[in-house]
Design a binder for this molecule. Structure first.
Ligand code: SF4
Ligand code: SF4
Length: 392
């Protein structure tokens, strides 16, 4: 008997969907927790909000498990008699550290004193949960070698808190075994990390890809795969706009509107958004003006403009929002649609699906159809069929 499709109306599915319904958003700062990521492009793209993370519900639930484990470990440390501060007593808020003019930093799990191995010394606390395989690797290699990203995170926290040691507690999710390691401050390593973060913050364009292979193990599960390997542009928000730059105190400035842009504005962007050319990796920038950039598609040779209006000789214009939703493969179809149906625009989508104004809507916005239009519309019908095929 053929296997029955999995029932989508179960309690388990509902829970997973509940996690997925929560907003997955960007962090304002470059996080100490990712500075040790092996791909510097990942660190830059994440900080510049190139693609919003879209973790499946199961993974979001795993993150939640990690957060809950932190509470438990804090309670257990208190239970063995340590003094534990999970918030800063001066502010009552979570411990936060910042550097690089406010653009780099992170939040600590806590600070503790009175721990059995060093009763008089304060220590930064860092808690992580691990799969059995990862836990075994940690036991055999220790944190610096097994989990360099965690090691770097602790070096940043120790350096910015001016505390010379950290207590790393790892939990094996399969068995609840604990692994505890004392990590000591390494000033040179810390300063190198700060220089590296500052260098990334000052870069107006992203570093190169870690690999050109879409199946590279680092790239396969990466939030930015669609951008680096999938032929789609970055999302349109102020962080991906060539008019924005980071300034003092963790703030951002828009050169186009000559003003500082607050967090809410940055997330929305505006109609004058112009993509940083490197964030349309499938095309080469060939010309530009104050409010537009012309591109040539690297595979097809198609020319197009990122901007609000077409520029003579450079094909159809696409706003940054449209490029965010229109895969490179479909750009030629999109240009044809725009030619025949002025006012038509890509309104949502991505690599796996895309939505258009319907042809009926398009008829309404179009100028009256000429004979040439009608011929072209037959071609467009074919394009739409292609779009539907690719979207399904
Ligand atoms: S997809 Fe690969 S190259 Fe791109 S940011 Fe992720 S890890 Fe780096
Ligand atoms: S032009 Fe608009 S999208 Fe670009 S930085 Fe300024 S406010 Fe943001």
């Amino acid at each position: 008997m053929a296997a029955l499709p999995e029932n989508q109306h179960t309690t388990a599915h509902a829970i997973v969907r509940w996690y997925e319904s929560k907003t997955q958003d960007h962090r304002p700062h470059m996080g100490a927790s990712i500075i040790g990521h092996p791909c510097s492009r990942y660190v830059w793209l994440t900080w510049r909000w190139a693609r919003t993370p879209q973790f499946p519900g199961r993974v979001l639930r795993l993150f939640d498990t990690g957060k809950r484990e932190e509470e438990r470990l804090l309670e257990e440390l208190r239970g063995i008699g340590a003094q534990v501060w999970d918030t800063n007593p001066e502010t009552g808020d979570q411990w936060r550290v910042v550097a690089c003019k406010g653009h780099f930093g992170g939040s600590l799990d806590g600070v503790a004193k009175g721990l059995p191995e060093a009763p008089k010394s304060p220590a930064v606390l860092e808690f992580k949960t691990h799969s059995a395989k990862s836990f075994a690797d940690l036991l055999s290699k220790k944190v610096q070698s097994s989990k360099p990203q965690h090691y770097d995170q602790m070096q940043v926290y120790m350096g910015l808190m001016e505390i010379d040691r950290a207590l790393y507690i790892a939990v094996n999710k399969d068995t609840d075994d604990l692994y505890v390691e004392w990590v000591h401050f390494d000033r040179e390593h810390f300063e190198n990390l700060l220089d590296y973060a500052q260098g990334l913050i000052e870069m107006p364009t992203p570093p190169d890809r870690i690999s050109a292979d879409p199946a590279n193990w680092q790239c396969k599960g990466c939030t930015h795969w669609d951008l680096c390997h999938g032929g789609i542009a970055a999302e349109a928000n102020c962080r991906t706009c060539c008019h924005a730059s980071p300034v003092e105190n963790g703030a951002w400035h828009c050169d186009h509107h000559s003003k500082k842009i607050d967090d809410a504005t940055q997330r929305k962007g505006c109609g004058d958004h112009l993509l940083i050319p490197a964030l349309t990796p499938y095309a080469q920038a060939i010309d530009g003006g104050a409010s537009w950039v012309a591109y040539k598609h690297r595979d097809t040779g198609q020319v197009f403009v990122n901007g609000k209006e077409a520029v003579e000789g450079y094909g159809q214009a696409f706003t940054s929002k449209e490029l965010q939703h229109c895969p490179a493969d479909l750009l030629a179809n999109a240009a044809e649609l725009k030619e025949v149906f002025p006012g038509a625009e890509v309104i949502s989508g991505g690599l796996k699906q895309m939505e258009w104004n319907t042809p009926e809507d398009l008829d309404k916005v179009s100028k009256p159809a000429t004979k040439r239009d009608k011929v072209q519309r037959a071609k467009i019908a074919e394009s739409l069929r292609n779009l539907e095929r690719l979207a399904s």
